[in-house]
Design a protein around this ligand. Structure first.
Ligand SMILES: Cc1ncc(C[n+]2csc(CCOP(=O)(O)OP(=O)(O)O)c2C)c(N)n1
Length: 678
């Protein structure tokens, strides 16, 4: 009987048998790579570090083989090599990453081994931070759902990672949005040396996730073929048919050490080691295949021999991959992008900054259907606590302007996943810059460096807007200026406009930029009329990031500033003009990129410079500018480079206290007068 004529039950049997054989192949490839890498490390023949996947092979292999490669998505953690291989990553590429070579996929030598990334295979660039892939996977899934596609997203992590808040935030978001997402926890009972009883309340992960509505939980033995296959199939079917997320908790042994630099004898008893060894999924699965008549012992032996040879060859092939060229070490921090400045007209109606931003968002959303806005309270009539996004939901629909949970890590993690997926352009809002800190890992460790870490394979076009700054009695938690912290994180662009016209035009440039841009909006300028309200730029007007503005020309002193301080400086400089002191004010407008040339040109002309900012003095961004001026315009200086800033103190609530801490107009005037007579 030919295959075509076989009855359905026979066909099903055959397809199950071929699925089982393929599972064994992937498991053996994964294990033999472990063995080979261990040998190479011991023999000092290249490669210094690897993370063993021994014991985890079955759950990873079956998860991958249940998905459709190049359609579905996977965010596998470092011990999930079986998933990466099962989805299509080649052993030679993975050996290449182990040898820190210029592998095409993975990271070109930028990341340690086992941090998977492969654009064609839909494996977004992974990091070392345990658990942070969870929210990103929800971002990818949200994009797929918004686009109406039937793709499925897989994300894996170890049991220790379930202690991270991001795991719970991701479960909450996935259930809230009924996302096509499969969470797989490969529970080997240990997080390096910490056993699960010291990690997880009640010692059981499925117990701590009870209560997430709509989440299907499969608690399985991840070394049992039938249990594992059934759970993966059910979870995939559920996700594909739009019925929401599942969590598979797969109990597996960790047969080897945590990593090649770990010695389990320091914390695992011999009994534990023996117990883990006994639970090895490979011999168990091979016995089962023989019992079921799917493979014979000889066929399995032949497969071992073939894969052994393949893996040896893959290691040889990987050794031919060149080392990354040191000259490329600093490439791909930012994706190149050019914007032409458009002409501005001054005859338009005046607009305050909050309205200019609202109009800018509205116009961009009309022009580009890929823009999606989310954040706390941003939806519908409220439109954020300052009203920047008001009515964008009614104009563009619930799908394009929606509220997020009150969780900043969620906001930035979802932004990251969605941006990497590539269909949508997230423009997220963090309610106050002061609350960015609860999401900072997703920004500093993830969003900012994905383009670099993936060697340019993945990029994250995203804007994160946040109100910042003081002078409105916001107290310590609604007054912070955080630009200096942000500027210290490579890979982020940072805009901080001082008026409505710049704000609208810079926001448009930020939205069109292929890199992550942090957009800082000073609360005291939102409705400020005297200085910050400006003729409204037309729909097509854009201001490139990285172009400082000479707010007023002067001959005696250069004053460099940004945000609210520009407004104060303008007032003071206008006063000082009457006393014969001519101040040139430079508004940097963007902290990164910084237009240092405009600053230097002005300093070379005036010979004196004051850098003034609202953030605390020590470690402020003014120090960076001062150092650049000192090293690049020293011979033009007629006075020391001066800085003026707020006190190194949290910003207090009571007006009298706040005034004492924050930079004031009087301080500016005095500093400029002192410089004038120096
Ligand atoms: C946020 C964070 N903290 C600490 C580490 C260091 N670290 C790397 S792996 C690991 C243990 C993870 O255990 P688990 O999630 O159970 O996965 P397993 O390694 O057992 O597969 C730790 C603590 C890290 N990578 N990320």
């Amino acid at each position: 009987m030919t295959t075509k004529e076989a009855p359905l039950s026979e066909l099903l049997k055959q397809s199950k048998a071929s699925f089982a054989k393929r599972t064994l192949e992937v498991m053996l490839q994964t294990r033999m790579m472990d063995d080979k890498m261990g040998k190479l490390v011991r023999q000092n023949k290249g490669g210094t570090f690897f993370l063993s996947a021994a014991g985890h092979e079955m759950i990873g292999a079956i998860s991958a083989l249940t998905l459709t490669p190049e359609k579905d998505w996977g965010l596998p953690y470092y011990r999930d090599r079986a998933f990466a291989i099962g989805l299509g990553c080649t052993p030679s590429d993975l050996f290449g990453s182990f040898l820190a070579r210029a592998t095409k996929h993975h990271s070109g030598g930028r990341m340690m081994p086992e941090h998977y990334s492969h654009k064609r295979l839909h494996i977004p660039c992974q990091s070392s931070v345990v658990g942070s892939q969870m929210l990103q996977s929800a971002g990818v899934a949200k994009a797929i759902q918004l686009d109406g596609r039937d793709e499925v997203v897989y994300v894996s992590a170890g049991d220790g990672a379930t202690s991270q808040g991001d795991f719970h935030e991701a479960l909450n978001f996935a259930c809230l949005h009924k996302l096509p997402l499969i969470f797989v926890i490969q529970d080997n009972g240990w997080a390096i040396s910490v056993p699960v009883k010291e990690q997880t309340a009640g010692g059981s992960i499925d117990a701590i996730v009870k209560g997430y509505a709509g989440l299907s939980v499969h608690n399985i033995d991840g070394t049992d073929f039938i249990q594992t296959q059934e759970a993966c199939q059910k979870a995939t079917q559920k996700a594909r048919s739009g019925d929401g997320p599942s969590l598979i908790v797969a109990k597996v042994p960790r047969i080897g050490p945590h990593s090649s630099s770990d010695d389990p004898k320091k914390y695992k008893s011999q009994d534990h080691v023996d117990e883990d060894q006994k639970r090895d999924p490979i011999p168990r699965f091979e016995n089962w295949l023989i019992q079921q008549g799917i493979m014979t012992k000889d066929e399995i032996d032949a497969l071992h021999e073939k894969i052994f040879q393949d893996i040896e060859q893959a290691a040889v092939d990987a050794d031919q991959i060149p080392h990354p060229c040191p000259k490329t070490a600093k490439a791909h921090v930012f994706k190149p992008h050019k914007v032409e400045e458009t002409e501005s007209k001054d005859d338009a109606t005046s607009v305050v900054m909050v309205d200019a931003l609202n109009h800018g968002l509205d116009e961009e959303m009309k022009a580009d259907p890929s823009i999606v806005i989310f954040g706390q309270d941003v939806a519908r009539g409220k439109g954020g606590v300052f009203g920047v996004t008001r009515e964008l939901t009614s104009k563009h629909g619930e799908k394009r302007c929606f509220n997020s949970p009150l969780a900043e890590s969620t906001i930035i993690g979802i932004t990251t996943g969605m941006a990497m997926e590539g269909t949508f352009k997230p423009v997220a809002e963090v309610q106050f810059a002061d609350y960015l800190w609860t999401g900072i890992n997703q920004l500093f460790n993830e969003l900012s460096s994905i383009y670099y870490r993936s060697n340019g394979e993945w990029n994250c076009p995203a804007v994160i807007r946040m109100p910042c700054g003081g002078y409105i009695q916001g107290g310590p938690y609604h007054s912070q200026n955080i630009e200096a912290f942000l500027a210290h994180c490579p890979g982020l662009k940072i805009a901080i406009p001082s008026n409505a016209s710049d704000a609208k035009r810079l926001l448009k440039a930020a939205i069109r930029d292929p890199n992550p841009v942090i957009f800082l909006e000073h609360k005291a300028l939102y409705r400020q009329r005297v200085f910050a309200a400006r003729p409204e730029p037309a729909e097509n007007e854009v201001l490139p990031l990285g172009k400082a503005n000479i707010v007023r020309e002067g001959d005696d002193i250069t004053l460099v500033s940004w945000g609210m301080t520009v407004c104060m400086a303008h007032e003071v400089a206008t006063q000082l003009e009457k006393s014969g002191i001519s101040v040139e004010i430079i508004d940097v407008r963007t902290i990164v990129p910084l237009d240092i040339e405009t600053i230097l040109t002005s300093v070379r002309k005036t010979g004196k410079v004051l850098i003034a900012h609202e953030a605390a003095l020590s470690g402020g961004f003014g120090a960076e500018i001062a150092a650049r001026i000192a090293s690049e315009a020293f011979t033009h200086l007629d006075a020391p480079v001066k800085r003026l800033a707020s006190a190194d103190c949290p910003v207090p609530y009571a007006k009298g206290l706040e005034d004492e801490v924050l930079l004031q107009r009087d301080n500016l005037e005095q500093a400029l007068r002192d410089l004038a007579v120096f």
